[in-house]
Design a protein around this ligand. Structure first.
Ligand SMILES: [Fe+2]
Ligand SMILES: [Fe+2]
Length: 299
């Protein structure tokens, strides 16, 4: 069982990371559906705003509670998030609450803070997140079915809709465990394969969304996709330490590539159909995975 403090701190860190991820998935849906389906655009917008409301609440509780390591990992916001949000908002005409991002950039850690009494408030926050998350998962699954049956057109890969739903279901599993006072139990390979699979898919998305003329960037993205696929296949037969080392090395490489992509897109130096916020989004997911890898390996 998790101690009260652990439950509060871990819940807030998980919500800070995933609530933003969820609201961005919904923003990408909202901005990539066609005008012929206004009801779905409205549904995506309202779910996005729901997560923004919860994220604003999480930020208030998180200040002075979350760990220094979590803040330093750049998994909640990166130095590029605010710029990417402004660019995407301006380019699509769709709103994003940048006030939350500014508040997140000011988050601090305070080891002397006594926050044991927040247990009920955080438990309630997890519960609200859980309920909204179930609605978002159902919505995304409905969209994917319609897209697969060619009843709607959405300018996002089907695999990306599936990928985003997997991330949402992963978040759901963590929230459910937290509400029972524990963390999900996973073998090392289950945990690594889940994230290595996502990292490989990010590489495929980037490859597929770069302009065909960006040959070098596409080649590197393809090499990353192959690397993560190989890591997944190796996990069962490799020694734990080796697979951890290889996953860290590959993810650090992909993180650097994503930083270059995000800054290149923000400077309009790369030809692609990748929204800058999507580049920053997948960068944060790599940063989150790197923190998990460091925790597992104790480095
Ligand atoms: Fe995501
Ligand atoms: Fe992802």
């Amino acid at each position: 069982m998790l101690q009260r403090e652990e439950f509060i701190r871990i819940s807030l860190e998980i919500n800070l990371f995933f609530q933003r991820i969820m609201k961005e998935h919904l923003f990408f849906i909202e901005t990539n559906l066609q005008p012929v389906v206004p009801a779905y655009i409205t549904e995506a917008k309202s779910l996005k705003q729901g997560f923004e409301g919860l994220l604003a609440e999480t930020v208030c509780y998180a200040n002075g509670v979350i760990s220094e390591d979590a803040i330093k990992s750049n998994e909640f916001v990166t130095p590029y998030t605010l710029r990417a949000e402004k660019a995407n908002s301006m380019l699509t005409g769709v709103s994003l609450n940048t006030g939350i991002t500014k508040a997140e950039l000011g988050l601090v850690s305070n080891p002397d803070n006594d926050y044991r009494n927040w247990f009920n408030a955080v438990h309630f926050l997890n519960d609200k997140s859980l309920k909204l998350l179930i609605k978002a998962i159902n919505f995304q699954k409905r969209l994917l079915t319609m897209a697969l049956e060619c009843r709607i057109v959405i300018a996002l890969y089907h695999e990306m809709l599936e990928h985003n739903t997997e991330e949402a279901e992963h978040y759901l599993e963590i929230l459910k465990s937290l509400q029972n006072g524990v963390l999900p139990e996973k073998t090392l390979c289950e945990e690594l394969n889940f994230w290595n699979d996502l990292m490989g898919e990010h590489s495929q998305f980037i490859d597929g969304m770069l302009d065909p003329t960006e040959k070098n960037l596409k080649k590197t993205a393809e090499a990353f996709a192959n690397k993560f696929e190989a890591l997944e296949e190796e996990c069962v037969k490799s020694a734990e330490k080796q697979i951890l080392r290889d996953s860290i090395e590959a993810t650090e490489g992909l993180r650097d590539y994503k930083i270059a992509a995000t800054t290149g897109l923000l400077k309009c130096e790369i030809k692609s159909i990748i929204p800058p916020l999507l580049a920053d989004h997948v960068l944060r997911e790599a940063n989150h995975y790197l923190r998990i890898l460091r925790m597992i390996s104790g480095t």
